[in-house]
Design a binder for this molecule. Structure first.
Ligand code: 3EB
Length: 354
């Protein structure tokens, strides 16, 4: 999505570039997701919501990096409880962290919830409450980072605990549980707290699915008692642009993980899933609005030593060097070694071409 002069644009920046941004940039940035960024680079970011996520940046110059979300409309900054956010007339970007240890009380256990499930429910309830009060009800895209995602506690994997807390919040806030659910990514971090960033707005998104995969919200219960609530992708109209958000995508066909222990085969399967989602977007829009090779990618790699081979495979697959940020993270199924998210934008005018 980089380089756009209008609408919503996303851009990756190495941490050292954060200190030399113009006042105009500071006025136009909705929010930042900062990966392994040194405190000194965020100290000067005043009134810019900034999610700090402890995932190592790979293949760069061994320094932190961030994703910045830019708009061309006036913004205001606010804090509401645990949430820091910036909003324009039709768009809002926010982030919050929640400390699980605040949810270890008797009352959670009485409700049959683990601390992580209770913290996840609290967090999502706060997001939905904010969106309602801001009159920007549609949640477009969520980035979920939780420590030790594959670890088991209280007899259940932590990712599954997160899923049950998320589902409770969706239910109690009267959100749909299928169909128009947000696009999302969910990754395991190595330290820190449960950390969620989100983009929301006033215009309803068009969520859609990947024909090669069962919708995550219909996964069978062998993957846990509550399914993950996200759509494979969505399309959002913003200003003159149409923005495509592709959720975290992995080597899953139907509901099954494929190519255990083969990171390159997993990478190819993931890219085929992404290409299929892009084709689906173009089919819905009745035009070749999006080209997979031109998207902005974020590549989560379980084993840092796989990163350069993965980068070579992605560039080979598309036949050109793509824009991508590589991060080390745990993926939500133990056998998965890679997850890739992507986004892009398209000038939505003239309407008849799209
Ligand atoms: C998958 O396809 C891989 O729980 O929000 C990808 C994106 C995944 C989002 C989530 C999980 C989530 O099931 C995992």
């Amino acid at each position: 999505m980089s380089g756009d002069s209008s609408g919503l644009a996303s851009l990756y920046l190495p941490q050292r570039q954060l200190i030399c941004q113009s006042p105009e940039w500071q006025d136009r940035v909705l929010g930042l997701i900062c990966y392994s960024i040194d405190q000194k680079y965020v100290d000067d970011l005043i009134n810019i919501p900034c999610a700090r996520v402890d995932l190592p940046v790979l293949l760069g110059s061994e320094e932190g990096a961030c994703e910045s979300f830019m708009v061309d409309t006036p913004l205001s900054y606010c804090e509401n409880g645990a949430i820091s956010f910036r909003r324009g007339e039709n768009i809002l970007w926010g982030c919050l962290t929640v400390d699980e240890s605040n949810f270890s009380s008797e009352s959670c256990y009485v409700r049959g919830q683990t601390p992580l499930a209770a913290a996840s429910e609290f967090l999502y309830r706060n997001i939905f409450r904010l969106l309602k009060s801001q009159n920007l009800p549609f949640l477009y895209r969520v980035w979920n980072y939780l420590p030790d995602i594959n670890a088991e506690s209280h007899g259940i994997e932590r990712y599954r605990q997160f899923n049950s807390g998320r589902e409770n919040a969706f239910r109690s806030c009267h959100q749909p549980l299928t169909g128009n659910v947000p696009a999302a990514s969910a990754l395991g971090s190595f330290k820190g707290s449960l950390n969620v960033s989100f983009l929301a707005g006033s215009i309803g998104p068009v969520a859609f699915e990947n024909p090669r995969q069962i919708s995550a919200y219909h996964y069978p219960d062998k993957y846990g008692p509550c399914p993950p609530l996200f759509s494979r992708a969505n399309l959002v109209r913003f200003g003159k642009k149409l923005v495509l958000f592709i959720s975290g995508t992995a080597s899953i066909v139907g509901h099954q993980s494929l190519h255990e222990n083969d990171v390159i085969a997993q990478c190819r399967e993931t890219l085929l899933n992404i290409e299929t989602i892009v084709k689906e977007a173009n089919r819905i829009l009745k035009g070749n609005c999006f080209d997979a090779a031109q998207l902005l990618f974020k590549v989560y790699v379980r084993r840092s030593e796989d990163a350069s081979e993965i980068r070579a495979e992605i560039n080979r697959y598309f036949g050109l060097p793509v824009q991508a940020l590589f991060l080390q993270a745990d993926i939500c199924r133990r056998e998965l070694l890679i997850e890739i998210e992507a986004s892009g934008s398209h000038s939505s005018i003239p309407r008849d071409q799209c």
